[in-house]
Ligand binder design. Structure first.
Ligand code: 5AD
Ligand code: FES
Length: 348
C-alpha cells in the first residue's frame, strides 16, 4: 500500500490538503481503490443500512433556453424534436409512480419559460394534494428567488442544481458567456436558505477538466454542505460543440463516489443514469462504491428518447414498471434492497 494514511485521513479527519486529495483522486493503486470502496460501503451501511432510495424521474420538457456546450437538449440543437408534457400528463406520471411504490418524484426539465411561477406552483400543489406522503424534488435550473420561494411554499421539498464545475475558467469553457458560476452558486445558496434539501454536483471527465478542478468541486461541496450530490461521467453527444471530445471514465467516477461517501457520510448519492450508460453494470458498481439512490425513469415512453442529454442514454424504450423491476434486480444483485419511503437525507 502506498497511501494507507491518506485513506485513514479521508475517513476520520477529513482534513486532507489539496495535494493529498488530488493524490487520492488519481494516485490510488488497484488494491487501495478496493479499500476505498469497502470503507465507503461500511460508512453508507452505518448511515443508511442496506436501503437504496428510489426517485421517480419525470422529464417533462426538453425545451431549454440555455446552450451549454455539453448538453444534447441545448437550444441550438435543431436535430431534436422538442416536447412539453401537459400538467395533466405530469400528474399521470406521478400516479403511475405512486402505484409502483415511489414516494419521491423528481420533476426535471430544460429551462422552459412556459412553466411560469404560477403554472409550476399549481402542478406542485396538485401532486402534493393527491400524494401528501410524497416528496417533490425540482430540477428546473436557474430561476429567481421569488420562484424558488413560491414553489417551496407550494410544497416542493428538494431542489437539484448541479454546479457542473467549481472552477470559474472551466465553467466558462463549458458554458456560453451569458452563464456564470457565480449565479449558479447564488442559486444554490438561495435554495438552501429558503429551506430546500439541496443537491449540487458535477460531471466527471468533462472536457479539459483537471484533477485540480475536481479538488475545487470537493471544496465547494464542503462549503455548501448539500443534502445530495449528483455526479456522473461526461458522455459525448454528437449534436453539440463537444461532439469530438472524449467521454469521462467509469473508474474515476467510482473513485469520486467513494471519496464523496467518506467525506460526506450522510449525503444522498445517486448511481446515475449516466453511470449506467457508460457501462452495463455501472450503477451496480456505483452502489458498491458508496452510492445509495437510484432514479428510474417515469416519463412516458413516447418522449424518452427526446430527453437525450448524451448519446445512448439507457431506459429510453422501457415502461416505468420495467425500469423498476430492472433496478430492483440490479440493486438486489449487489446485496442491497429498494426502499419504499421518501428517503430523506441524514444531512441537516
Ligand atoms: N454527459 C453527462 N452528463 C450530462 N449532463 C448534461 N449533459 C451531459 C452529458 N453530455 C448532466 C449535467 C446536468 C444534468 C441534468 O445532466 O450535469 O446538470
Ligand atoms: Fe430502466 Fe433498467 S433501469 S431499464
Amino acid at each position: 500500500m502506498k497511501n494507507p494514511d491518506l485513506l485513514n485521513k479521508l475517513e476520520k479527519e477529513k482534513d486532507l490538503t489539496d495535494q493529498e486529495l488530488a493524490q487520492v483522486i488519481e494516485g490510488l493503486t488497484g488494491e487501495e481503490t478496493e479499500v476505498l470502496f469497502a470503507r465507503a460501503r461500511a460508512v453508507r451501511e452505518r448511515e443508511y443500512g442496506k436501503d437504496v432510495y428510489v426517485r421517480g424521474l419525470i422529464e417533462f420538457s426538453n425545451i431549454c433556453q440555455n446552450d451549454c456546450y455539453y448538453c444534447g437538449i441545448r437550444k441550438s440543437n435543431t436535430n431534436l424534436e422538442r416536447y412539453r408534457l401537459t400538467p395533466e400528463e405530469i400528474l399521470d406520471c406521478a400516479r403511475e409512480g405512486y402505484q409502483l411504490g415511489f414516494r419521491t418524484f423528481v420533476l426535471q426539465s430544460g429551462e422552459d419559460a412556459w412553466f411560469t411561477r404560477e403554472r409550476m406552483s399549481d402542478i406542485i400543489r396538485k401532486i402534493k394534494k393527491e400524494f401528501p406522503d410524497c416528496a417533490i424534488t425540482l430540477s428546473l435550473g436557474e430561476r429567481s428567488r421569488e420562484e424558488y420561494e413560491e414553489w417551496f411554499a407550494a410544497g416542493a421539498d428538494r431542489y437539484l442544481l448541479r454546479h457542473e464545475t467549481a472552477d470559474d475558467d472551466h465553467y466558462r469553457y463549458l458554458h456560453p458567456e451569458n452563464m456564470s458560476l457565480a449565479n449558479r452558486k447564488n442559486c444554490l445558496y438561495t435554495l438552501r436558505e429558503i429551506g430546500y434539501q439541496v443537491g449540487a454536483g458535477f460531471m466527471v471527465g468533462s472536457p479539459v477538466q483537471t484533477v485540480d478542478n475536481l479538488v475545487s468541486d470537493i471544496r465547494f461541496l464542503q462549503e455548501l454542505k448539500p443534502h445530495m450530490i449528483g455526479i456522473g461521467p461526461f458522455l459525448t453527444h454528437p449534436d453539440t460543440p463537444f461532439a469530438d471530445k472524449e467521454s469521462g471514465s467509469l473508474s474515476r467516477t467510482l473513485v469520486l463516489l467513494g471519496i464523496l461517501r467518506l467525506l460526506f457520510p450522510g449525503v444522498l448519492l445517486p448511481a446515475t443514469t449516466a453511470l449506467g450508460t457508460i457501462a452495463p453494470n455501472g450503477r451496480e458498481q456505483g452502489l458498491l462504491a458508496g452510492a445509495n439512490v437510484v432514479m428510474p425513469n417515469l416519463s412516458p415512453v413516447g418522449v424518452r428518447k427526446k430527453y437525450e442529454l448524451y448519446a445512448n442514454k439507457i431506459c429510453t424504450g422501457e415502461e416505468s414498471a420495467q425500469c423498476k423491476n430492472c433496478l430492483n434486480l440490479r440493486v438486489e444483485s449487489v446485496g442491497y434492497q429498494l426502499a419504499v419511503s421518501r428517503g430523506d437525507s441524514r444531512v441537516v
